[in-house]
Design a protein around this ligand. Structure first.
Ligand code: PHE
Length: 495
């Protein structure tokens, strides 16, 4: 089989940026930032970016390029019995894509609702999201009926994903010329609109004023680290697979910095739109910015589907227009992240089992839709909440930790650093080894330990234990087992 390559260097940079910039920047970053006190969050976020995000990005691009293969192949190349770490990364990626596609389906539906603003005004948006749109049940067990519109959106999302990756790196390399700059232009429009709304200053002050007292809270730090990983798409094997499609003469350090800074710069920029709008909203309602999203539902998961629509509705005649652009922007942001996940998982199977690309892609889509069905049910919201939480607090963090351990203590940071430096215009120094061997694994280790402690004392969000087990622990336990089995499966030799 012919090896895949990016059509050009710039298409790799675009694809990697497209994978990194996603719902994580516009949906997750603002709500996490808001939850942890606005300006209080930015300092840990920047520290996490430089001490863990960029070093791991260099690690993933480095081994992907050096071993010229997807995550399982790359880890198999680092030493005996390490391949499963790569499969684990793919496994976490697969679970994430199963629900990411459902959130994309919500976006598609909301795009349609923006035409007649059927989500309503103010408080009504919350009602609309939970009751009218999700038809949310009050118990996990109340599943039926599945929502036809969310199912339809899910099918469309998968169809779009499959079309984009039809020809692998070759088609992805072209599509990202659209899906990266267009949402960026939309975002800039939103930023300009957001900061010029009356009352925006208060929101922006909340966003930018540092709060040094919050730095003593370990939760803020942990939230910052996991947000950086999720946002940079590291810990899922995506960057490893993408780097493996790079030609042999490519710059690694440069690319790692460009992708990471572009991604985090986008989150920072997007923050102005969000906090400007929140300031405006607060002044309209005559409350403090910290109070503006009263209920925890509007703050968390719901931000993109409750708070944004309620802000958009205040824009008068232009509301439908801004609503439509906003949700198109989310869809475009999401699609290149979604297909990067599928590409990473598919690359694992193509490398090891010499499977045909189309067959693998359709297989992943089929299983992805099957798993996704649970999120389209009346209790789908809760299932999604648990899976997202467990994948981000355990799956992702565990993969990052294992990557550091494998490279730091088995393969050797020096060896990988020499390779990376031989391919890069700017060299990385010993600081990188320190990050990979000590700083990142210690922070991630503490993060997992604290999370386990929390979960022992109380279930996540007070959800019933059985549901937490089924959607959380069971997946967390099953993934390494599947990863080990895939490692032991026989490799197919090329014919
Ligand atoms: N980084 C993407 C985002 O910010 C999400 C993602 C995670 C994409 C992992 C690919 C892999 O939305």
């Amino acid at each position: 089989m012919e090896k895949e390559y990016w059509p050009s260097r710039i298409s790799f940079v675009f694809a990697a940026i497209g994978s990194a910039i996603g719902l994580g920047n516009v949906w997750r970053f603002p709500y996490i930032c808001f939850k942890y006190g606005g300006g209080a969050f930015l300092i840990p976020y920047l520290v996490a970016l430089f001490t863990a995000g960029i070093p791991l990005m260099i690690l993933e691009l480095g081994i992907g390029h050096k071993m010229a293969g997807s995550a399982p192949k790359a880890f198999a190349g680092t030493g005996k019995k390490k391949e499963w770490v790569g499969w684990l990364a793919c496994g976490v990626g697969f679970i994430i894509i199963a629900y990411y596609a459902v959130i994309m389906s919500w976006c598609l539906n909301y795009f349609r609702h923006s035409f007649d603003l059927s989500w309503g005004f103010g408080q009504e948006t919350q009602e609309f999201f939970h009751n009218t749109f999700l038809n949310r049940s009050s118990s996990f067990k109340d599943i039926f009926p599945l929502s036809p519109r969310i199912l339809a959106g899910l099918a469309i999302s998968w169809a779009m994903i499959l079309l984009c990756i039809w020809k692998g790196a070759r088609s992805v390399g072209k599509i990202v010329y659209l899906t990266v700059p267009l949402p960026w232009i939309c975002l800039v429009i939103f930023v300009i609109k957001g900061i010029t709304l009356p009352g925006a200053e208060a929101g922006i002050a909340y966003y930018l004023t540092p709060n040094f007292a919050a730095l003593a809270d370990s939760k803020v730090w942990l939230a910052a680290y996991s947000q950086v990983f999720f946002s940079l798409s590291v810990g899922f094997g995506v960057m490893i697979a993408y780097a493996s499609f790079l030609p042999r003469r490519s710059d690694i350090v440069n690319n790692a910095f460009i992708v990471s800074l572009a991604n985090c710069g986008t989150s920072f920029l997007g923050g102005f739109a969000v906090f400007g709008a929140l300031g405006h909203h607060a002044s309209k309602m005559g409350v403090d910015v910290a109070e503006v999203l009263g209920s925890s539902q509007a703050r968390g998961f719901g931000l993109a589907f409750i708070a944004y629509p309620s802000i958009i509705s205040t824009l008068g005649k232009a509301a439908s227009f801004f609503g439509a652009i906003f949700f198109i922007m989310l869809i475009m942001l999401g699609i290149d992240s979604a297909f990067s996940l599928v590409e990473a998982v598919a690359a694992g199977f193509i490398d090891k089992f010499k499977a045909r690309r189309l067959r693998v892609n359709f297989g992943i889509a089929f299983v992805g839709i099957l798993v996704g069905l649970i999120f389209t049910t009346r209790s789908g919201y809760y299932w999604l909440d648990i899976v997202d939480h467990f994948m981000n607090s355990f799956g992702l963090v565990a993969v990052g930790l294992l990557e550091c351990v494998v490279i730091g203590y088995f393969y050797g940071t020096g060896k990988l650093r020499d390779y990376v430096n031989s391919k890069s215009e700017f060299s990385i120094g010993k600081w990188w080894d320190v990050m990979i061997m000590f700083v990142t694994p210690v922070v991630l280790g503490i993060s997992i330990a604290l999370e386990i402690k929390d979960r022992i004392f109380a279930s996540y969000e007070g959800y019933p234990r059985w549901a937490e087990f089924a959607a959380g622990w069971a997946v967390v336990i099953a993934l390494p087992i599947v990863a080990l089995l895939l490692m032991r499966a026989k490799e197919r030799r090329p014919v």
